[in-house]
Design a protein around this ligand. Structure first.
Ligand SMILES: [Zn+2]
Length: 327
Protein backbone atom coordinates (compact mmCIF):
# COMPACT_ATOMS: atom_id res chain seq x y z
CA UNK A 1 0.00 0.00 0.00
CA UNK A 2 2.93 2.31 0.69
CA UNK A 3 4.61 1.40 -2.60
CA UNK A 4 1.38 2.33 -4.40
CA UNK A 5 1.90 5.88 -3.23
CA UNK A 6 5.69 5.95 -3.65
CA UNK A 7 6.03 5.88 0.12
CA UNK A 8 8.88 4.30 2.06
CA UNK A 9 9.11 0.51 1.87
CA UNK A 10 11.80 -1.95 3.01
CA UNK A 11 12.06 -3.16 -0.62
CA UNK A 12 10.08 -2.57 -3.82
CA UNK A 13 6.75 -4.41 -3.75
CA UNK A 14 5.84 -7.31 -6.05
CA UNK A 15 2.36 -7.65 -7.45
CA UNK A 16 -0.10 -7.17 -10.25
CA UNK A 17 -3.22 -5.10 -10.84
CA UNK A 18 -4.50 -7.75 -13.27
CA UNK A 19 -4.90 -11.54 -13.32
CA UNK A 20 -1.95 -13.73 -12.29
CA UNK A 21 -3.86 -16.96 -12.95
CA UNK A 22 -2.45 -19.69 -15.18
CA UNK A 23 -3.72 -23.18 -15.99
CA UNK A 24 -0.87 -24.60 -13.89
CA UNK A 25 -1.94 -22.49 -10.92
CA UNK A 26 -5.57 -23.65 -11.36
CA UNK A 27 -4.40 -27.28 -11.24
CA UNK A 28 -2.25 -26.64 -8.18
CA UNK A 29 -5.12 -24.96 -6.30
CA UNK A 30 -7.95 -27.20 -7.52
CA UNK A 31 -9.94 -24.13 -8.60
CA UNK A 32 -10.42 -23.67 -12.33
CA UNK A 33 -11.86 -21.32 -14.93
CA UNK A 34 -14.62 -20.89 -15.90
CA UNK A 35 -16.16 -21.89 -12.52
CA UNK A 36 -13.78 -19.61 -10.59
CA UNK A 37 -15.35 -16.53 -12.24
CA UNK A 38 -18.73 -17.23 -10.61
CA UNK A 39 -17.87 -19.13 -7.41
CA UNK A 40 -16.65 -16.84 -4.62
CA UNK A 41 -14.73 -19.50 -2.70
CA UNK A 42 -12.89 -20.75 -5.81
CA UNK A 43 -12.26 -17.17 -6.95
CA UNK A 44 -10.77 -16.24 -3.56
CA UNK A 45 -8.69 -19.42 -3.43
CA UNK A 46 -7.14 -18.72 -6.86
CA UNK A 47 -6.56 -15.03 -6.11
CA UNK A 48 -5.02 -15.89 -2.73
CA UNK A 49 -2.42 -18.00 -4.54
CA UNK A 50 -0.96 -14.70 -5.74
CA UNK A 51 0.39 -14.41 -2.19
CA UNK A 52 0.51 -17.97 -0.86
CA UNK A 53 2.10 -19.56 -3.96
CA UNK A 54 3.69 -16.68 -5.86
CA UNK A 55 4.79 -14.56 -2.89
CA UNK A 56 3.25 -11.32 -4.22
CA UNK A 57 2.30 -8.46 -1.93
CA UNK A 58 -1.26 -8.17 -3.24
CA UNK A 59 -4.17 -10.38 -4.20
CA UNK A 60 -6.76 -9.51 -6.89
CA UNK A 61 -9.76 -11.75 -7.64
CA UNK A 62 -11.39 -10.19 -10.74
CA UNK A 63 -9.55 -12.12 -13.42
CA UNK A 64 -11.47 -11.13 -16.55
CA UNK A 65 -12.89 -8.04 -18.25
CA UNK A 66 -16.57 -8.97 -18.19
CA UNK A 67 -18.04 -8.75 -14.67
CA UNK A 68 -19.82 -5.38 -14.72
CA UNK A 69 -20.75 -5.77 -18.41
CA UNK A 70 -22.37 -9.15 -17.69
CA UNK A 71 -24.34 -7.59 -14.80
CA UNK A 72 -25.51 -4.80 -17.13
CA UNK A 73 -26.95 -7.36 -19.53
CA UNK A 74 -24.20 -7.83 -22.15
CA UNK A 75 -23.97 -11.29 -23.66
CA UNK A 76 -20.99 -13.02 -22.07
CA UNK A 77 -19.23 -16.26 -22.88
CA UNK A 78 -17.49 -17.27 -19.64
CA UNK A 79 -14.82 -19.13 -21.61
CA UNK A 80 -13.04 -22.29 -20.53
CA UNK A 81 -10.13 -23.40 -18.39
CA UNK A 82 -7.70 -22.15 -21.02
CA UNK A 83 -9.82 -19.30 -22.38
CA UNK A 84 -10.68 -15.96 -20.77
CA UNK A 85 -14.34 -14.80 -20.86
CA UNK A 86 -15.47 -12.49 -23.65
CA UNK A 87 -18.36 -10.14 -24.34
CA UNK A 88 -20.21 -10.55 -27.63
CA UNK A 89 -22.91 -8.60 -29.41
CA UNK A 90 -23.97 -5.06 -28.64
CA UNK A 91 -26.28 -3.95 -25.83
CA UNK A 92 -27.10 -0.47 -27.21
CA UNK A 93 -26.97 -0.13 -31.01
CA UNK A 94 -26.23 3.62 -31.07
CA UNK A 95 -24.45 6.02 -28.76
CA UNK A 96 -27.67 7.99 -28.25
CA UNK A 97 -29.52 4.94 -26.86
CA UNK A 98 -29.95 5.36 -23.14
CA UNK A 99 -28.35 2.59 -21.10
CA UNK A 100 -30.86 1.19 -18.65
CA UNK A 101 -28.95 0.07 -15.58
CA UNK A 102 -30.74 -2.87 -13.94
CA UNK A 103 -31.82 -1.98 -10.40
CA UNK A 104 -30.20 -5.10 -9.01
CA UNK A 105 -26.94 -4.56 -10.95
CA UNK A 106 -24.74 -5.18 -7.89
CA UNK A 107 -26.80 -8.19 -6.83
CA UNK A 108 -26.31 -9.93 -10.17
CA UNK A 109 -23.95 -12.87 -9.63
CA UNK A 110 -21.38 -11.31 -11.97
CA UNK A 111 -20.91 -8.50 -9.41
CA UNK A 112 -22.03 -10.28 -6.23
CA UNK A 113 -19.49 -13.13 -6.56
CA UNK A 114 -16.36 -10.95 -6.74
CA UNK A 115 -17.72 -8.82 -3.87
CA UNK A 116 -18.02 -11.97 -1.77
CA UNK A 117 -14.55 -13.11 -2.88
CA UNK A 118 -13.06 -9.77 -1.77
CA UNK A 119 -14.70 -10.21 1.65
CA UNK A 120 -13.22 -13.73 1.94
CA UNK A 121 -9.77 -12.44 0.94
CA UNK A 122 -9.89 -9.59 3.47
CA UNK A 123 -10.98 -12.01 6.18
CA UNK A 124 -8.24 -14.48 5.22
CA UNK A 125 -5.33 -12.08 4.80
CA UNK A 126 -6.25 -9.04 6.90
CA UNK A 127 -3.41 -6.55 6.53
CA UNK A 128 -0.82 -9.15 5.53
CA UNK A 129 -1.21 -8.24 1.84
CA UNK A 130 -3.05 -5.57 -0.10
CA UNK A 131 -6.48 -6.78 -1.17
CA UNK A 132 -7.06 -5.16 -4.56
CA UNK A 133 -10.39 -5.01 -6.38
CA UNK A 134 -10.88 -4.11 -10.03
CA UNK A 135 -13.30 -1.93 -11.93
CA UNK A 136 -13.45 -1.02 -15.59
CA UNK A 137 -13.51 2.58 -16.68
CA UNK A 138 -16.14 3.99 -19.02
CA UNK A 139 -14.00 3.67 -22.16
CA UNK A 140 -13.81 -0.14 -21.83
CA UNK A 141 -17.46 -0.38 -20.72
CA UNK A 142 -18.43 1.56 -23.84
CA UNK A 143 -16.69 -1.04 -26.07
CA UNK A 144 -18.83 -3.73 -24.47
CA UNK A 145 -22.10 -1.80 -24.50
CA UNK A 146 -21.96 0.00 -27.86
CA UNK A 147 -19.48 -2.24 -29.72
CA UNK A 148 -15.90 -1.14 -30.35
CA UNK A 149 -16.44 -0.02 -33.94
CA UNK A 150 -19.67 1.91 -33.30
CA UNK A 151 -18.18 3.57 -30.26
CA UNK A 152 -14.92 4.63 -31.93
CA UNK A 153 -16.78 6.04 -34.95
CA UNK A 154 -19.07 7.95 -32.61
CA UNK A 155 -16.07 9.37 -30.73
CA UNK A 156 -15.15 11.16 -33.98
CA UNK A 157 -18.63 11.95 -35.35
CA UNK A 158 -20.67 12.60 -32.18
CA UNK A 159 -18.21 13.77 -29.52
CA UNK A 160 -20.81 15.35 -27.26
CA UNK A 161 -22.99 12.22 -27.25
CA UNK A 162 -19.87 10.18 -26.46
CA UNK A 163 -18.95 12.47 -23.55
CA UNK A 164 -22.47 12.12 -22.17
CA UNK A 165 -22.34 8.32 -22.50
CA UNK A 166 -18.93 8.17 -20.78
CA UNK A 167 -20.24 10.22 -17.86
CA UNK A 168 -23.18 7.90 -17.32
CA UNK A 169 -20.93 4.83 -17.59
CA UNK A 170 -18.63 6.38 -14.99
CA UNK A 171 -21.45 5.92 -12.47
CA UNK A 172 -21.23 2.14 -13.01
CA UNK A 173 -17.50 2.25 -12.26
CA UNK A 174 -18.12 4.29 -9.10
CA UNK A 175 -20.96 2.07 -7.82
CA UNK A 176 -19.07 -1.19 -8.36
CA UNK A 177 -15.87 0.35 -6.95
CA UNK A 178 -17.55 1.60 -3.78
CA UNK A 179 -19.17 -1.81 -3.29
CA UNK A 180 -15.74 -3.46 -3.57
CA UNK A 181 -14.31 -1.07 -0.97
CA UNK A 182 -17.23 -1.84 1.35
CA UNK A 183 -16.56 -5.56 0.82
CA UNK A 184 -12.93 -5.20 1.95
CA UNK A 185 -10.75 -3.99 -0.93
CA UNK A 186 -7.83 -1.78 0.14
CA UNK A 187 -7.20 -0.39 -3.36
CA UNK A 188 -8.73 -0.69 -6.82
CA UNK A 189 -7.41 -1.40 -10.27
CA UNK A 190 -9.04 0.97 -12.73
CA UNK A 191 -8.66 -0.71 -16.11
CA UNK A 192 -9.57 1.36 -19.14
CA UNK A 193 -8.53 0.16 -22.58
CA UNK A 194 -7.72 3.53 -24.08
CA UNK A 195 -4.60 2.15 -25.68
CA UNK A 196 -2.79 4.11 -28.39
CA UNK A 197 -4.12 2.14 -31.37
CA UNK A 198 -7.73 2.84 -30.26
CA UNK A 199 -7.46 6.22 -28.57
CA UNK A 200 -5.19 9.13 -29.56
CA UNK A 201 -3.39 11.12 -26.85
CA UNK A 202 -5.65 14.09 -27.60
CA UNK A 203 -8.71 11.85 -27.19
CA UNK A 204 -7.34 10.67 -23.85
CA UNK A 205 -6.79 14.28 -22.79
CA UNK A 206 -10.17 15.57 -23.99
CA UNK A 207 -12.47 12.62 -23.20
CA UNK A 208 -10.87 10.63 -20.42
CA UNK A 209 -8.35 12.52 -18.29
CA UNK A 210 -11.18 14.47 -16.62
CA UNK A 211 -13.17 11.29 -16.03
CA UNK A 212 -10.16 9.52 -14.51
CA UNK A 213 -9.61 12.58 -12.29
CA UNK A 214 -13.27 12.41 -11.24
CA UNK A 215 -12.97 8.67 -10.50
CA UNK A 216 -9.91 9.40 -8.36
CA UNK A 217 -12.00 11.85 -6.32
CA UNK A 218 -15.08 9.61 -6.13
CA UNK A 219 -13.36 6.43 -4.97
CA UNK A 220 -11.92 6.64 -1.48
CA UNK A 221 -8.80 4.50 -1.97
CA UNK A 222 -5.58 4.46 -3.99
CA UNK A 223 -6.14 3.60 -7.67
CA UNK A 224 -3.95 1.57 -10.00
CA UNK A 225 -4.71 2.67 -13.53
CA UNK A 226 -4.13 -0.14 -16.02
CA UNK A 227 -3.77 0.66 -19.72
CA UNK A 228 -2.11 -1.80 -22.09
CA UNK A 229 0.04 -0.92 -25.06
CA UNK A 230 2.19 2.09 -25.79
CA UNK A 231 1.14 4.78 -23.33
CA UNK A 232 4.27 6.96 -23.49
CA UNK A 233 2.28 9.72 -25.23
CA UNK A 234 -0.25 9.98 -22.36
CA UNK A 235 1.66 9.33 -19.15
CA UNK A 236 1.93 13.10 -18.63
CA UNK A 237 -1.88 13.35 -18.83
CA UNK A 238 -2.21 10.42 -16.42
CA UNK A 239 0.03 12.29 -13.97
CA UNK A 240 -2.47 15.15 -14.04
CA UNK A 241 -5.34 12.92 -12.87
CA UNK A 242 -4.01 12.49 -9.33
CA UNK A 243 -4.17 8.69 -9.69
CA UNK A 244 -1.52 7.15 -7.46
CA UNK A 245 -0.12 4.31 -9.57
CA UNK A 246 0.09 3.38 -13.25
CA UNK A 247 0.29 -0.30 -14.30
CA UNK A 248 2.25 -0.04 -17.53
CA UNK A 249 3.05 -2.26 -20.50
CA UNK A 250 6.53 -3.51 -21.41
CA UNK A 251 6.28 -1.67 -24.75
CA UNK A 252 7.35 1.36 -22.72
CA UNK A 253 10.91 0.75 -21.48
CA UNK A 254 11.18 0.96 -17.68
CA UNK A 255 13.60 3.90 -17.66
CA UNK A 256 11.43 5.86 -20.08
CA UNK A 257 8.31 5.11 -18.02
CA UNK A 258 10.09 6.36 -14.89
CA UNK A 259 11.18 9.59 -16.58
CA UNK A 260 7.67 10.23 -17.94
CA UNK A 261 6.00 9.38 -14.62
CA UNK A 262 8.24 11.73 -12.65
CA UNK A 263 8.49 11.53 -8.88
CA UNK A 264 4.79 11.59 -8.06
CA UNK A 265 3.26 8.73 -10.03
CA UNK A 266 4.05 5.20 -8.80
CA UNK A 267 4.72 2.57 -11.46
CA UNK A 268 3.73 -1.08 -11.45
CA UNK A 269 4.41 -3.89 -13.94
CA UNK A 270 6.34 -3.50 -17.15
CA UNK A 271 7.54 -7.11 -17.25
CA UNK A 272 6.77 -8.70 -20.62
CA UNK A 273 4.12 -11.40 -20.42
CA UNK A 274 5.42 -13.26 -23.47
CA UNK A 275 9.20 -12.83 -23.45
CA UNK A 276 9.71 -12.99 -19.66
CA UNK A 277 6.65 -14.43 -17.87
CA UNK A 278 5.79 -17.13 -20.39
CA UNK A 279 9.07 -17.86 -22.17
CA UNK A 280 11.72 -16.40 -19.85
CA UNK A 281 14.72 -18.31 -18.57
CA UNK A 282 15.97 -17.71 -15.01
CA UNK A 283 18.75 -15.52 -16.43
CA UNK A 284 16.25 -13.39 -18.34
CA UNK A 285 14.03 -13.01 -15.25
CA UNK A 286 17.06 -11.97 -13.17
CA UNK A 287 18.01 -9.36 -15.78
CA UNK A 288 14.43 -8.09 -16.04
CA UNK A 289 14.11 -7.61 -12.27
CA UNK A 290 17.50 -5.84 -12.21
CA UNK A 291 16.30 -3.44 -14.91
CA UNK A 292 13.07 -2.69 -13.00
CA UNK A 293 14.97 -2.06 -9.75
CA UNK A 294 17.44 0.23 -11.55
CA UNK A 295 14.51 2.26 -12.92
CA UNK A 296 12.83 2.55 -9.50
CA UNK A 297 9.69 0.69 -10.50
CA UNK A 298 7.61 0.71 -7.32
CA UNK A 299 5.73 -2.58 -7.76
CA UNK A 300 7.42 -5.23 -9.87
CA UNK A 301 5.38 -7.82 -11.77
CA UNK A 302 3.68 -8.74 -15.05
CA UNK A 303 2.48 -6.00 -17.41
CA UNK A 304 -1.12 -7.25 -17.85
CA UNK A 305 -3.25 -10.38 -17.33
CA UNK A 306 -0.80 -13.27 -17.47
CA UNK A 307 -1.12 -15.70 -20.43
CA UNK A 308 -2.98 -18.78 -19.21
CA UNK A 309 -0.29 -21.08 -20.58
CA UNK A 310 2.58 -19.39 -18.72
CA UNK A 311 4.43 -21.42 -16.05
CA UNK A 312 3.49 -20.10 -12.59
CA UNK A 313 7.05 -20.91 -11.47
CA UNK A 314 8.26 -17.95 -13.55
CA UNK A 315 5.83 -15.67 -11.72
CA UNK A 316 7.18 -16.96 -8.42
CA UNK A 317 10.74 -16.42 -9.63
CA UNK A 318 10.03 -12.70 -10.14
CA UNK A 319 9.13 -12.36 -6.44
CA UNK A 320 12.10 -14.46 -5.35
CA UNK A 321 14.45 -12.36 -7.47
CA UNK A 322 13.17 -9.08 -6.00
CA UNK A 323 13.73 -10.48 -2.49
CA UNK A 324 17.19 -11.80 -3.43
CA UNK A 325 18.40 -8.67 -5.21
CA UNK A 326 17.12 -6.37 -2.46
CA UNK A 327 18.60 -8.38 0.38
ZN1 LIG B 1 -3.96 -5.02 -20.15
Amino acid sequence: MSALKRGRTPRPAVGSATSIVTVGLMDKLGACFPQAHLDAEKMARLAGAGHTVLGYDNVMPLFSVVHESAALGCRVDWGAKNLMPTVSGVLCPTIADPLVVPLDFLKNEACAVPLEALAILKKTFGDEVAVVGKVFGPWTLAYHIYGIENFLIASVEQPSAVKKALHSLMEITIRFGRAQLAAGADALTLADHCTRDLCSPETYRDFLAGIHRQLRLSLDCPLLLHICGDTSDRISYIRSTGIECFHYDSIVPASKARTLAGDGLALMGGTSNLAVVRDGTPALITADVREKLASNIDIIGPECAVPLDAPWQNLRMIADEVHRQCN
